[in-house]
Design a protein around this ligand. Structure first.
Ligand code: DX5
Ligand code: ZN
Length: 249
């Protein structure tokens, strides 16, 4: 079995601690309790002329997770950044580095993002036939694994993988660009995913991504989301970052 931490052990007190020692420090997503809402600023919206400062600023402002959107110009019509950019700020923050791969060939790059400092890697169900294989690869590299789906992709596409996943990422905009409006019709899907996760009986984090601001954060939280990605509403907030982050919880 490629993943060193059996899911049935991971969530029980003593065993959890024991397994944490064996695992690399990369499994820090589960350092936070499941009932805590985590905020994950997306650097896509940061001031890139001060990238390192921006990362440190959201970490100091209380964001537990840093969301890193990787786009290849194929899976989505936009290009963002690669491994070297992730690596450049790894030493500046102890946040959970949450790499969201919007690329057509995740298998090729997963090890390189792990080497760059990723703690968690999410890929898209639409790009890969053997989803199990990639989840196993991410686990074998010592990271937590996530699966995402576009707004129009049927829910059924990801359900078979719940027994292995650490996080499910529901896109609440069409992937590719920051600053888009939240798709309200995704709320019912988030609610369904929450029900499926609860039925699965595992601590699978439910992350939402796209158009998350104070108002939509409240909606998605009420539907069971517990990891909130936010680009524009944090990095382009009128007030300070701490206030913007606190407003989302
Ligand atoms: C979109 C990205 C998002 C994006 C969110 O493809 O996955 O993470 O940066 O940006 P906002 O919060 O501005 O909608
Ligand atoms: Zn994202």
């Amino acid at each position: 079995m490629p993943f060193a931490c059996p899911s049935f052990l991971r969530f029980t007190g003593v065993e959890n601690n024991r397994m944490s020692e064996k695992l690399s420090n990369r499994h820090r997503l589960f350092d936070y309790p499941a009932d805590r809402v985590l905020v994950a600023p997306s650097v896509l919206a940061c001031d890139w002329t001060h990238f390192g400062d921006e990362v440190q600023a959201v970490a100091s402002a209380g964001a537990e997770v840093l969301h890193l959107d990787v786009m290849d110009g194929h899976f989505v019509p936009n290009i963002s950044f690669g491994m070297d950019v992730v690596k450049s700020v790894r030493g500046l923050s102890d946040q959970v580095f949450d790499v969201h791969l919007m690329i057509t060939d995740p298998r090729k790059y997963i090890p390189r993002f792990v080497a760059a400092g990723a703690d968690h890697i999410t890929f898209h169900v639409e790009v890969w036939d053997d989803v199990d294989e990639l989840i196993d690869l991410i686990h074998a590299q010592g990271c937590t694994a996530g699966l995402s789906l576009r707004p129009a992709t049927p829910i059924d596409a990801v359900l078979p993988f719940l027994p292995k996943l650490d996080m499910l990422l529901v896109m609440t905009v069409e992937p590719g660009f920051g600053g888009q409006s939240f798709h309200g019709e995704q709320l019912s899907r988030i609610l369904k995913f929450r029900q499926f996760i609860d039925q699965a009986g595992r601590d699978i984090r439910l992350e939402v991504d796209g158009g998350i601001a104070e108002d939509t954060a409240s909606l998605v939280r009420s539907c069971g989301a517990n990891v909130l990605v936010a680009g524009s509403s944090v990095f382009r907030a009128k007030g300070d970052y701490r206030n913007a982050i606190d407003c989302l919880r």
